[in-house]
Design a protein around this ligand. Structure first.
Ligand SMILES: Cc1cc2nc3c(=O)[nH]c(=O)nc-3n(C[C@H](O)[C@H](O)[C@H](O)COP(=O)(O)OP(=O)(O)OC[C@H]3O[C@@H](n4cnc5c(N)ncnc54)[C@H](O)[C@@H]3O)c2cc1C
Length: 392
């Protein structure tokens, strides 16, 4: 006999678990939720390899608003996601984000900060002298300003957020199993079910694609093209003798970003397009550090001239090759297929807002709290990108 679930969520990373939580927590939802995660060790999943950064410094209103809800939710997560007496500790550190700009980049930075402020984010525009005052360890040469969010921005432990959603969703009745979605059954313009590698056929009216970097492959199972691909991003861990104090997550004009992690530092940069193929390979590459990251770090922070690389790891961005922004919402023609994909490096902080949004679509057929229509797949069909300027 074929099994049945009302909603099948393909992928049990932070997105899949967030959607499952918001569905199970909605008093108007009385259906069944089945989260299918192919690897419970999460060895190659994106979430545990993330930096866990959370901010409001974005260039599109949807992303700013998702960031505002993200911090509000994360602050209350210990209560909201508690299971019995067990309260999750997400290790939130509000050390801020600092987006540096050259003279050429200043008009865009100013426009972004205005938008963020208009939407209620506590972000300020710093002059070079103010940057020097806040961050005396930073070389301000070539800088014309910076966007600085001293509160509400920082980072948290990504795996803890995922596990907290997972545990709470289960507690509220969602079923989470280790299996793989290997087929999506479609008939008469709508989703009819999924095929699982071990459990076999499961009938369902709704499938949520939460397959992270494999979202494009998952969509293909339903005969749908989705421009989400796995792109490798390397994190480099280094030691520095000098103590920069409570340094914010800093994004240099070169695109190189760094932040403290305990007594060490993390650094990252997106590789140039010609060295950025789609890949599932997770081997770190060191040339990027030698050629691009270290010179930029040393130029911006004199104390970083003497650093020691101690570790490196690679993770896969769930990269939307169309416009590097999330794709959220229903497929307009294939009823029952919902996307929660393509977060391109800013998905961890968007998981609360995206999870809530997808759950609202399932339960109420519309967005109720935050209208994310602009992030729908229609923009791809219409060839109208929604570009985010602040992709790290
Ligand atoms: C180095 C790095 C740094 C980052 N830094 C930040 C940051 O600072 N701030 C931020 O907001 N975001 C950041 N991100 C991005 C963020 O981590 C991701 O957007 C987010 O974790 C994506 O979550 P997900 O659940 O969609 O994907 P995943 O965590 O990859 O989960 C998807 C799951 O789907 C499963 N799956 C795939 N196919 C199937 C199938 N067919 N059947 C069953 N299961 C399947 C996979 O096993 C996987 O566990 C970063 C990412 C990286 C790589």
């Amino acid at each position: 006999m074929t099994e049945r679930a009302d909603v099948v969520i393909a992928g049990g990373g932070v997105m899949g678990c967030a959607v499952a939580y918001f569905l199970a927590a909605d008093p108007d939802f009385d259906g069944t939720v089945l989260v299918v995660e192919r690897d419970w060790s999460y060895a190659a999943a994106t979430t545990p390899r993330s930096w866990g950064g959370i901010r409001q410094q974005f260039s599109t209103p949807e992303n700013v608003r998702m960031g505002l809800f993200g911090i509000e939710f994360v602050r209350q997560a210990a209560e909201i996601l508690a299971v019995g007496d067990e309260k999750p500790d997400l290790a939130l550190r509000e050390q801020g984000y600092l987006f540096l700009a050259s003279a050429a980049g200043l008009p865009v930075l100013e426009a972004n900060v205005r938008l963020q402020q208009d939407l209620g984010a506590e972000v300020t525009l710093l002059s070079p002298a103010e940057i020097a005052e806040h961050c005396p360890w930073l070389n301000i040469e070539g800088l014309a300003g910076a966007g600085y969010g001293p509160r509400n921005e920082g980072w948290l432990d990504p795996a803890s957020l995922m596990q907290a959603f997972r545990r709470k969703a289960r507690d509220l009745g969602a079923e989470i199993i280790e299996d793989e979605v290997v087929g999506v059954t479609v008939g008469r313009g709508r989703v009819a079910g999924v095929a699982l590698k071990r459990r076999g056929a499961v009938a369902c009216a709704t499938v949520v694609n939460a397959a992270g970097p494999q979202a494009g492959a998952l969509a293909r199972l339903a005969g749908v093209a989705l421009p989400v691909v796995p792109r490798k991003r390397m994190t480099y861990v280094f030691d520095c003798r000098a103590d920069l104090g409570e340094a914010p997550l800093t994004i240099d004009v070169t695109g190189v970003a760094f932040r403290p992690e305990g007594r060490q530092y993390l650094a990252i940069v997106s590789p140039p397009a010609e060295r950025d193929p789609d890949t599932e390979d997770l081997e770190p590459e060191y040339e990027l550090f030698e050629e691009t990251i270290w010179p930029a770090l040393a130029a911006r922070v004199p104390a970083f001239e003497a650093i020691k690389l101690t570790n490196a790891w690679a993770g896969l961005y769930d990269y939307n090759s169309f416009d590097q922004n999330a794709i959220i919402g229903p497929h307009p023609e294939l009823r029952g297929l919902l996307f929660c994909n393509g977060f391109s490096g800013h998905g961890l902080q968007q998981a609360p807002a995206a999870g809530r949004a997808v759950a609202e679509l399932v339960v109420h057929g519309m967005y109720r709290s935050l209208d994310l229509t602009a992030l729908g797949i229609h923009r791809i069909f219409a060839d109208q990108p929604l570009r985010e300027a602040n992709v790290v």
